[in-house]
Design a protein around this ligand. Sequence first.
Ligand SMILES: [Cu+2]
Length: 240
Amino acid sequence: MRRIREIVAVTVVAGCVLGTAAQTLAYEGGEVKDGGTISGTIKFAGTPPARKELQVTKDKEICGKKQHMNWDLVVGPNKGIENAVVSLLDVKKGEKWAMTKTTLDQNGCEYTPHVAVMPAGGELDILNSDGILHNIHTYGQVNSSINRAQPKFKKVLTEKFAKPDIIKVTCDAHSWMLGWLVVSDHPYVAVTNDKGEFTLRNVPPGNYKLEVWQETLGKKVQNVVVKAKQETKVTVELAK
Ligand SMILES: [Cu+2]
């Protein structure tokens, strides 16, 4: 009997040690002292392709109110890429990310924003501004798929994604609808504006790997150094 008790005690201790090790791998949010800034532009290398018009084949009285252009690669006049996602890889410590709700609207049968970033474990409100039937269908790498009808009277659906991921969002009712959710366990993630610009603020000084992702051009990783209270400028070029 005594022997069994000892074995149980050893197992419990081993379990606690493993549990602690797993916890230290997760991102730890708190106060940042002497944080620096990473800012810059994501640019397209080469001649940008022209945007194509998408055909509205259903619910034309609502969905056809505006012209639909493809969002999968939008390049501005100075070759800045809109809707690229810039994030730090393997960052373990930094600013705490407030768990505010993220919103994805279905408006004119288009997802707004086209690319949304949100905290892992945070809530996503999926709005139906159109007042028609939409059916959200998600395809992630690690989070399980969501496939939910949203009838015209259902103004908001709320969903959660537990793990960091890049999730494709489509609508089973309207084939041209496409959006993306980038789920992160740390707040050092940003979507570029229409000039291809981004800013990551309050980054603890150190050496990092900066990852850029764009839905049709893929990923590119670059080293960056952040110094206390200074701004590091970065330009990253993506090509077809
Ligand atoms: Cu739809």
